[in-house]
Design a protein around this ligand. Structure first.
Ligand code: PXL
Length: 274
């Protein structure tokens, strides 16, 4: 069985990061090993969340894995507790990667033009260092702007997106999957792969839900690791995320803090078979 090591936080309530990555990666038929970066009572869109960083556990967990001789088909990183974890994560990846290991970085730190509350303005520079070692990065537009020191804009054209993607590529990331790309009448995921731009267009659903970035990234990473191409992984992960949002909108008892992704797991499994 293929195996991913995913490095991100546990938000104990809130349907994001590891509580999404574990079930979604499992649904793709791939093993998920985890290195938790922090334990939070909830994600940071709640008020008064608690947070205990696991700074002192990251390297010992990886060292133990190394002594067990375990190998990974992919590393997939998400939300980190602080900027100083970046160097630790880079050294973990460098110590455990083999020729076959894909490095997939979701620079989970911002959305809708703003950094998440736990981060200061120096954090994106640190995250850019992690993106530099990636085979594939999965930013949204806000994160893409922060990583490249580009002023965030609510509306932009295709040329703007291509300029930002060019700057992301100059950071060192080999392939780029930019979510929430919107220009003219187009909405979807823009990819940059071997000098080629591609846009996977989706119907925009008029709703904003928390945790959808983690759902997309987890499904994408599982699918890619399972052996789907980059384009196919983008298509299925984007359709799965849209299905999660569609179902959530139809569910009156849905919580504000996350999407009802569990209801869409059968859809994901069905799509994997095709
Ligand atoms: O979904 C990204 C994410 C992950 N982890 C924590 C968060 C967020 C977004 O706000 O707060 C703790």
């Amino acid at each position: 069985m293929k195996r991913i090591a995913t490095i991100q936080d546990i938000s104990c309530l809130g349907k994001c990061s590891l509580t999404v990555a574990l079930p979604v990666i499992s649904a793709t038929g791939v093993e998920a090993a985890i290195i938790p970066t922090a334990v939070l009572s909830t994600h940071t869109m709640f008020k008064n969340f608690t947070c205990k960083d696991l700074d002192d556990q990251l390297l010992p967990i990886a060292d133990h894995w190394k002594s067990e001789g375990v190998e990974f088909d992919a590393f997939y990183t998400g939300y980190l507790a602080n900027g100083s974890q970046v160097d630790k994560v880079i050294s973990i990846i460098n110590s455990l990667k083999t020729e076959k290991t894909k490095i997939i970085i979701d620079p989970a730190m911002a959305d809708n033009g703003r950094l998440y509350p736990a981060f200061d303005s120096k954090f994106p520079k640190e995250m850019a260092k992690l993106c530099a070692i990636a085979d594939i990065i999965l930013p949204n537009i806000t994160e893409a702007c922060l990583l490249t020191d580009t002023p965030y804009r609510e509306s932009y054209d295709e040329a703007f997106l291509k300029t930002v993607i060019g700057k992301l590529s100059a950071l060192g990331a080999k392939k780029i999957v930019l979510t929430g790309a919107e220009f003219g009448k187009k909405y979807g995921v823009m990819t940059y792969d071997n000098g080629e731009y591609n846009m996977y267009e989706q119907k925009k659903i008029d709703a904003v839900f928390h945790g959808t970035g983690d759902i997309f990234s987890s499904a994408f990473t599982g699918l890619l690791t399972r052996g789907k191409s980059l384009d196919e992984s983008v298509r299925i992960a984007a359709d799965f995320t849209a299905e999660c949002i569609r179902i959530t909108k139809l569910t009156p008892e849905a919580n504000w803090y996350g999407v009802e992704f569990e209801r869409a797991i059968p859809y994901l499994i069905e799509r994997i078979k095709s």
